[in-house]
Design a protein around this ligand. Structure first.
Ligand SMILES: O=C(CO)COP(=O)(O)O
Length: 127
């Protein structure tokens, strides 16, 4: 099962803390991330993560393409709701594709735990 992890700059520390706390669960997934998020997570946790381009350079679009291909089973995307992003159209497109393809999506820490719990349950059901 493939899971995407993304965070805007202000939210990267929270995503790193989340990944540290939930490392044992996250290790069970094939992980992908936008470029800077991925590198920060790798440095902080040692998780094996496929890095796409940085978000502003097309990383959201690359993850969106995986969602469209249905090769991405869930997205945890800690967005910064208080800072304008130059690539807002890419972000909207990614979120829209999650809705089109019924891909579980968490955009804050509270729902990140819920989405990860559900995907772990699915993995356990498959095992
Ligand atoms: O901008 C992002 C998502 O929209 C995240 O990109 P980075 O992980 O490269 O910072």
């Amino acid at each position: 099962m493939r899971l995407a992890l993304i965070a805007h700059d202000e939210k990267k520390p929270a995503l790193i803390e989340f990944a540290q706390e939930r490392k044992a669960d996250l290790e069970r997934f094939e992980l992908m991330a936008t470029g800077t998020t991925g590198q920060r997570l790798i440095d902080a946790t040692g998780l094996d993560i496929e890095r796409k381009q940085s978000g502003p350079l097309g990383g959201d679009m690359q993850i969106g393409a995986e969602i469209a291909d249905e090769t991405c089973d869930g997205v945890i995307f800690l967005r910064d709701p208080l800072t304008a992003q130059p690539h807002e159209p890419d972000i909207s497109a990614l979120l829209r594709l999650c809705d089109v393809h019924q891909t579980p999506l968490a955009t804050n820490l509270a729902s990140a735990d819920a989405v990860l719990d559900e995907l772990v349950d699915q993995l356990d059901g498959e095992a």
